[in-house]
Design a protein around this ligand. Structure first.
Ligand SMILES: Cc1cc2nc3c(=O)[nH]c(=O)nc-3n(C[C@H](O)[C@H](O)[C@H](O)COP(=O)(O)OP(=O)(O)OC[C@H]3O[C@@H](n4cnc5c(N)ncnc54)[C@H](O)[C@@H]3O)c2cc1C
Length: 313
């Protein structure tokens, strides 16, 4: 089927949408405002002497409950770009050696352009037109899937009131990611700390692509209260909470990233596709607070767009 489809966002929901459309014979273009593929499955490169590597400052691992995502994981393990992380039940997985490699391999054969920000979407002559920050001219598409976090999607989709109704129903927790390094591998040999439901301000802390490079995440309570604070103040508040676990190792602060829309607190309910125009939304905000849920929402958005094309033939 020859259709011109735009997918906004190269996170897992956008990649999943594009893969599903491809399975129907529809090629799509993914654009993303960021420098790298992956959205919140994010990596940051650190070049620190001989110990260079990648922080995983967004999602730390992913799990699989559905058959379709389990299949994706098995394929990735077989091709060595996914590996099991730790010894958990249910099993947890990471990209090998980085989260970015998971996304780059998963999206092989898809057309993706980074550093393009979509600034407006509107209907001209009964068709969807999109404006970006590079070309600065309206481009017409047969179908669009928009995968921005719900509050950002809400602003972009101001001509699509029923999708906006959906997008305003959910909410997110923030998360503050503090990245730090070691000169030597920490003495106790652990590669992660899980603080789930434990007192304090951290929720999780783990090594990235090697044991010298770590990220700590603050818990929902601390993050929601503090994400607006100055980064230097945040650093001074968070570092002591980390240091007490590594009192015999030398820690070096690297950087701090604030995720305003980190994990879905409550899902959005309502239309996923506009009742008139072939424009759909996808993202974790529709299915749940994790990578697999975002993937599933992308599959559903692609189905909705494909079905709309079928009925309008
Ligand atoms: C700190 C943190 C820790 C997490 N830990 C885990 C975990 O361990 N396990 C787990 O399963 N999940 C975890 N999650 C949640 C998981 O990362 C997300 O649920 C999932 O990645 C969301 O994917 P998405 O495609 O819906 O959205 P995103 O990944 O946010 O993708 C949206 C994309 O849209 C792009 N974009 C935004 N505006 C525009 C625009 N105007 N034009 C073009 N592009 C635009 C963005 O750059 C982004 O790449 C974590 C999230 C965070 C932040």
């Amino acid at each position: 089927m020859s259709k011109k489809v735009l997918i906004i966002g190269s996170g897992i929901a956008g990649i999943s949408s594009s893969l599903k459309l491809k399975s129907y014979g529809i090629n799509s273009l993914i654009v993303d405002k960021g420098n790298f593929i992956g959205g919140r499955i994010s990596t940051r490169e650190a070049k620190i002497g001989i110990n260079s590597g990648f922080f995983f400052h967004g999602a730390q691992f992913f799990t699989a409950k559905t058959d379709i995502f389990t299949e994706i994981i098995h394929k990735g393990i077989k091709s060595k770009y996914i590996k099991e992380f730790g010894n958990f039940s249910p099993k947890r997985y990471r990209g090998n050696k980085t989260m970015r490699e998971f996304l780059l391999n998963l999206s092989k054969g898809l057309e993706i352009k980074q550093k393009i920000k979509i600034t407006k979407i509107k209907i001209i002559n009964n068709r969807i037109h999109v404006l970006d920050n590079k070309k600065k001219e309206w481009i017409c598409y047969d179908g669009v899937i928009s995968t921005l976090p719900a509050p950002q999607n809400y602003k972009l989709l101001n001509e699509f009131s029923l999708l906006q109704e959906t997008l305003k129903t959910g909410s997110y927790h923030a998360c503050i990611a503090l990245m730090f390094t070691f000169d030597q591998i920490p003495v106790n040999g652990k590669n992660y700390y899980d603080f789930y439901k434990k007192p304090g301000i951290l929720s999780w802390m783990a090594a990235g692509s090697n044991p010298y490079i770590w990220t700590a995440h603050t818990n929902e309570e601390f993050s929601d209260l503090n994400y607006n604070k100055d980064k230097d103040i945040l650093k001074d508040e968070i570092m002591p909470a980390i240091e007490r676990f590594f009192f015999r190792s030398k820690i070096k602060f690297h950087s701090l990233h604030v995720w305003r829309y980190a994990k879905v607190e409550s899902k959005c309910l309502g239309y996923q596709i506009d009742p008139i125009y072939p424009i759909a939304i996808a993202g974790d905000f529709l299915e749940g607070p994790n990578v697999e849920a975002a993937f599933i929402s992308g599959q559903k958005a692609a189905d909705l767009i494909f079905n709309r094309f079928q009925t309008s033939l």
